[in-house]
Design a protein around this ligand. Sequence first.
Ligand code: AMP
Length: 291
Amino acid sequence: MKQIHTIPALRAFRKQASHPIAFVPTMGALHIGHAALLDHARKLVGNRGTVIVSIFVNPTQFGPNEDYLKYPRTPDEDLALCRQHHADAAFLPDVASIYEPDASTYVEETSLSAGFCGASRPGHFRGVATVVVKLFNLIQPDFAIFGEKDWQQLTIIRRVVRDLFLPIRIEAVPTVREPDGLACSSRNRYLSPSERAAAPAIYKALSETAALAANGETSTAILRNHLLNLLNAIPNASTDYAEIADEQTLQVPDHILRPARALVAVRFPSARLIDNFPILPPQSHSRHSSP
Ligand code: AMP
């Protein structure tokens, strides 16, 4: 696997890389969720195609009081995981290569970014969209792979790609979880032992809410209250947001008539965790369960 640190070296690699090219953007501190993205990338392009992973802690997606400086950086372990999962190249640029000191151009999606994490973290999705488009322009992949773990991010990237006519197919990989249901996240390592013990209750709350919908409840107000009550009972945690939204538009309907997602952010003293789960309308449950 080639390690690439500069833009000229990336351009040179890109020029001779065999197609199709699949790209997996990450911020490092890689775990089995990222590994699933790399495996999906390899499956898409086959052994003759090229898988490029980027490892870049993007400063513009962190707010001034967020964890940019203390975000975990584990480059040696990350490179080993990328090698094990058959990436062809890992791109690890420094901040100065991605952002000129007087950079003044940003990509901003203005609708899907407004709520949820966009409301809690102003400027976050502008930073995400900007770095993703920069990386897309440098790598010019045929496919880019994102995790469903960051559902709002996924919908925003799809919208940016559509609106800006970027010739890239976005592929989504389902959330990879720990055996107890906690969604794998680089930030899980911030959790104290007691927070880690409490955190799987997020998944439990989401799946119980999905079960209520599966049993016929369609009112988003009732579903949301149920979810909120379960989350609010988690010791030592506060709910940043908990909503049931249309899976594509992220609008909150009165009733679940189309596939929706429960979207949550829960703040422990040591880490803010996000998760989401499908909430399906009753007819799709019966469609799935009948032969
Ligand atoms: P990050 O390094 O946290 O910026 O994430 C890089 C990519 O990995 C994003 O597309 C995430 O959605 C995805 N990802 C992170 N955690 C998981 C997970 N548990 N399951 C699936 N994908 C994930």
